[in-house]
Design a protein around this ligand. Sequence first.
Ligand code: CAA
Length: 699
Amino acid sequence: MTETPVRYSREGDVALICIDNPPVNAIGQAVRTGLVASIDAFAGDPAAKIAVLYCAGRTFVAGADIREFGKPPQAPFLPDVIGKLEALDKPVLCVMHGTALGGGLELALGAHYRLGVPGLKIGLPETSLGILPGAGGTQRLPRLTGLEAALEMITSARHVPAKEALALGVIDGLADAGQDPLTAGLAHAHDLLAKGAGPRRICDMPAPSIAPDQLRDMRTRTAKRFAGQIAQLTAIDAAVGGAALPFRDGMQHERALFQTLMESPQRAALVHAFLAERKVAQLPELAGIAPRAFAQIGVVGGGRMGSGIAISALLAGLDVTLVERDAQAAAQAHQNVAQTLADSVKRGKLTDEGRARILAHQFRAADSYAALSDRDVVIEAVFEDMDIKREVFTQLDQHCKQGAILATNTSYLDIPQIAAMTSRPADVLGLHFFSPAHIMRLLEIVVPDKTGADVVATGFAFGKKLGKVSVRAGVCDGFIGNRILQVYRAVSDHMVLAGASPYAVDRAVTEFGFPMGPYAVQDLAGLDIGFMTRQRKAASRDPREFVARWADVMHARGWHGRKTGQGYYSYDADHPKGRPSPEVEEIIADERRAHGVTPREFSADEIVARYMAAMVNESARVVGEGIAARPLDVDVTLLHGYGFPRWRGGPMHWADAQGLGALLSQIEGFAREDAFFWQPAPLLQQLVRENLSFASLNS
Ligand code: CAA
């Protein structure tokens, strides 16, 4: 941070108020204090006829300082600072570049005129952090755009591009391309002075209204889209309630609702998710380590996973060569990639020219490993079989240049064993993508002991370039995510054996906030995948482990889930999302009889309690064994790869919020029924003994 994060100066009759608080000019207490001083200086400077408020650095203010949330608020408060700016009797022009978000946009709404620099994006993303725009955003924005457009912006939390902001009337104009905020601001300020423009305060503009049935529709749509969350509906209440009151009372109404959200567990969870996503790539072992080059990418295997990885790299602007086993397979892979790129154009993710450019210049499919000889990073995505991997890595070792990074996308095979197949184990690591690889944001970077630190740093730099959230994982079966998944799937089977229906489990879990329950997910992935996993693990399995035989019966009948029209659910044209299957319930009932189980009732609360306890316990093991570097790495993995509800922060954050002592007692209670499955994780026991939280291990 510079000495004073807000500077006041004057050029002729134009006062300049510059916020300079890297990296994103967040408004913390020092900035608020500096703004008050600058506003006073402008008010008391008779030579200054107009003020230009702008930011130094890469962006306008990206919001209030999120790191201050949850701490005792310190004066001056942002709504007061903005009110003071708006009340000035000389005009203020705000010039925005980069992203003007949250408190940043609210500050701009307190100015009398607003200019955007091309490339600007504006937004009120507070609801995505579990709060609402609490510095006048719900009161001022609707006065400019009408309630409907303002509420769409506030509830969606989306970033609105400059042209749309102009059309909505949030900004008055756009600077010329290439102009910096100061130059554009000075020119526009002189124009305003020449026109004799005075203060133009949004608080003096009439409040908009909304028809009751339109409001009802909006509330219904919002409640459905953000099921379980409170911030979006509360923001609607703030805006609509405030619009019916005089401006000053509307501001108080907004503030009161803002305070309740600020204290909510959802706010704490969402802010945790935001900060954890950024912290996940900050690993002490990588400090000061420069990544290797990774402009030239190779992919081995053009199936769903390989082509998804290729597309992800292509969309990030990288050059990709994909190798398949023969010319026909290479042609097919080329077609898969071209088709997915065409779909990306349809989805608005890519322009037609972009697609043509990628196919002409960035991508080629080949049938020989020799085509990979100039690649910086090669990612293998072939069938999960050690003999096939051996063939691939032997070839890669022969053909790839020295210093090339050789990565495997395996989900569970032993990566050190794969690395040992090459003459360069320090250059080998796991890059575990999630399907579809060009859409899912999670990337597990799996690091065997022998992997070089610069290779790991390259993995993170590559993940960042692809727009992924990358998490470091150690070597074990399933790494972080799939290892935890296996355990909460297992506890689901335990409950089903004891009497819960798979449908009740799925219902309880979706009510908790997951988009799908474990059985619907298995249907989607294909029950043949689960079958293969069970086969693979059969030899090494502890005999005390319960394995649901009903899944084998279903598999033997050819019920492989959605793709065959029958899995745990039955799918047909009338039920594309599936309906419960009485035949499945019969197969399960047979197994209960075989085990001598008298089925009992499970409430939704009990299902969630056991599901979450199993998830947290295994997560604690994963952290305790060093497979995940910190609890936050588990949270980010589950949030981005497994549909964990973001507003609950991830399993470790959720566990802290429940209280670890209570969770451990619950697990010990379950252990009295099944001591093998419910062995408490040593890390959980230790934290309870020492009265610490998972969060204490995050820093
Ligand atoms: N407060 C504090 N720190 C912030 C911040 C904020 N509002 N926004 C970003 N940062 C920090 C990040 O944590 C990160 O820090 P580290 O380098 O230490 O990890 C750094 O700034 C850079 O951020 P990104 O890595 O995210 O950079 P980016 O270029 O990819 O994205 C951005 C920039 C679009 C602004 C993105 O950071 C972002 O979306 N920020 C949050 C915006 C937001 O939600 N604002 C509303 C805040 S709530 C509010 O304003 C309401 C109110 O009045 C009380």
